[in-house]
Design a binder for this molecule. Structure first.
Ligand code: A3P
Ligand code: MG
Length: 287
């Protein structure tokens, strides 16, 4: 879906359309930041992109969804794990009924590299009374450099299965799990290195790859919106042990996941079972 930028006042009322509208707006801003800064100072470009997108998302959420809580990668203390005995008061989001889980710039590294299109903006809505285990009721992935936004308001159709060709398995280009090459050999897959969890899950949604497997570290904001879109499309999404992905937890770490065509879930999870025994799921090739 391509969303033309509407005037500020015309934020959609439905949460799904609002998520897509908001992610798209932040994406357009990031394109401007990238064009204005250039790539001479990648660290400064990353900082500028993170801040600009976070501020836009925060401002619009405060303006249009003021009663809801927010969990953003760029919030101070976002990575804090809350447990009984933790000093201070728990974050608002833990008592809220509706929480927007946002990653203002996923694939920050790729954003700072010229010509790369594998970076994204994630906007998801978690709702306490939702009927699913992940409780994500709306979400959108903006892929600004690809000129598209995928969202739950108009989920793309599930990609058709192409039989007889090699399975394509998307993997982090900078932090792939150590076991991934072996796993790919075992299931007869080729690895497709890519940046950004959102870009990789969007590639599964669009049928450009068949699966995405990650282990070794991530946070809720890295996968919430992409998982909302993937499951709305009918794809499988779980932890690599097959258990449910859960969001708005006291511990925001969500270190591993598998997103794939439904028919690949059983063989991939069976192969992953062996590797989880052999390799701690927290290990990555590059640390
Ligand atoms: N081992 C790890 N620990 C923490 N975060 C990780 C990680 N591996 C990947 N991620 C995060 O997951 C997102 C996708 O990573 P990758 O591009 O390597 O697939 C990135 O988000 P950000 O770009 O928002 O920081 C990255 O920081
Ligand atoms: Mg991220």
């Amino acid at each position: 879906m391509n969303v033309l930028e509407p005037p500020r006042s015309e934020a959609p009322t439905s949460d799904g359309a609002f998520a897509a509208w908001l992610a798209d707006r932040a994406g357009r801003l990031l394109l401007r930041v990238r064009a204005e800064h250039g790539h001479d100072d990648p660290a400064a470009l990353k900082r500028a992109g993170d801040r600009a997108s976070h501020q836009l998302l925060r401002d619009e959420l405060a303006r249009c969804r003021s009663a809801d809580a927010v969990l953003s990668e760029e919030d101070d203390g976002a990575r804090q794990v809350w447990a009984t005995g933790t000093a201070g008061s728990p974050p608002d989001r833990l008592g809220a009924d509706r929480v927007w889980i946002i990653d203002p710039l996923d694939g920050t590294r790729e954003f700072s590299e010229p010509g790369r299109t594998d970076w994204a903006v994630h906007v998801a809505l978690w709702q306490r009374n939702a009927p699913t285990e992940h409780r994500l009721v709306a979400g959108a992935i903006a892929l600004p450099a690809q000129g598209r936004t995928l969202g739950t308001d108009t989920p793309p159709p599930r990609p058709t299965t192409v039989s007889g060709r090699t399975i394509r398995l998307a993997a982090s280009r900078s932090r792939p799990p150590v076991f991934l090459s072996e796993l790919a050999d075992e299931v007869g897959a080729e690895l497709v290195p890519m940046g950004s969890a959102g870009a990789k899950i969007a590639a599964v949604v669009r049928g450009e790859v068949d699966a995405y497997v990650h282990a070794g570290g991530q946070y809720e904001w890295d996968s919430a919106a992409p998982v909302a879109v993937a499951t709305a499309t009918g794809l499988h999404a779980s932890r690599i042990d097959g258990s449910a992905l859960r969001y708005n937890e006291a511990d925001p770490r969500l270190p591993d996941l598998v997103v794939c065509r439904p028919e690949l879930a059983a063989p991939l999870l069976a192969a992953l079972r062996q590797h989880r025994v052999l390799t701690p799921a927290t290990a990555t090739a590059a640390g």
